[in-house]
Design a protein around this ligand. Sequence first.
Ligand code: G6P
Length: 366
Amino acid sequence: SQAEKAGYKHFMLKEINEQPRAISDTVSGNYKLITDGKLDGIDLNKIRRIQIVACGTSYHAGLVGKFYIENFSNIPTEVDYASEYRYRNPVLTEDTLVVSITQSGETADTLAAMRLAKEKGAKVLTVCNVIGSTATREADSVIYTYAGPEISVASTKAFTTQLTVLFMLSLLLGRERGVLDSSEFDRRLKLLMEVPGKIESFLNVEREEEVVKKIALEFYRSKDALYLGRHVNYPIALEGALKLKEISYIHAEGYPAGEMKHGPIALIDENVPSVFVATEGKVLEKIVSNIEEVKARKGKVISVTNPGIKEVYELSDYVINVPEVDEFLSPIVNVVPLQLFAYYIADFLGYDVDQPRNLAKSVTVE
Ligand code: G6P
């Protein structure tokens, strides 16, 4: 009903706007767990490797989680689609921690992957949004996201709260294993606490949403789009492309920008927009070169960037400014304009944003 949408035209737009609150709640809801440094039912000192399993948007969160865990805790981490994992013969031992990520806790493939992992003797931790769901009942340990009910089929606040949990988990693992000292742990946690305010400012102070909407109006008739990012923002390019596909039915491909030259660059002409995630970080200069390559082929470039990055501003046809945050936290902020971009394009096309054709909120059968 209209009342449930709190004045927003769609649940998706409401849920995008709820992200500052959802992230804050996820930080405070897990603060004690993370600072206590224990996970129920799991011996942290035994873990030698991590395998993340998930589907859809949750899988993209897992790809970012790999960066967090490897960077902050030094534990080798793999990420798999649950539907692939369950049908191969994953190599795991008792010192493997399998982390499933699932908003609903009911996705059939994810549950099957968890069961396989348990059968083979691994411990299973689930990152889940729904209390009492099957995943939370079957896992050895649970960390909740506190996104609140997510109604829109296209996931938004569940994703950013999953990233929040994965960041916190990696800090916990890093400290317990002596990779992060206490002051670095505290410093990183404080940086995370700044994220809700940055998203809030993007949405409600800078009113960048109006900019996103204008760009969406320029591109909603496109037939294809490329999304490019590197490092921690490579999965954000994948997620941006997925959002667009899911609700606007425009063909979109996400790619690591460094791989462009091995294929996608062949697609570029004046009709194919490229959306770059080009915010501050160790790969910024590399991204700038990739933007130059697209411009040299007359492609249109839309960049998500930070204020004051002159090269990106000068090369791009359109820029969306997001507040600067720590590089590792930038995916949480950078995905927000991509969610809005997909939302406005779908809305301009007149589609049923919250209930896209052929898709289900939770895929409980195979
Ligand atoms: C469906 C939904 C997606 C979601 C995926 C995984 O495809 O439409 O939004 O990312 O399932 O769902 P889960 O509940 O396991 O995170």
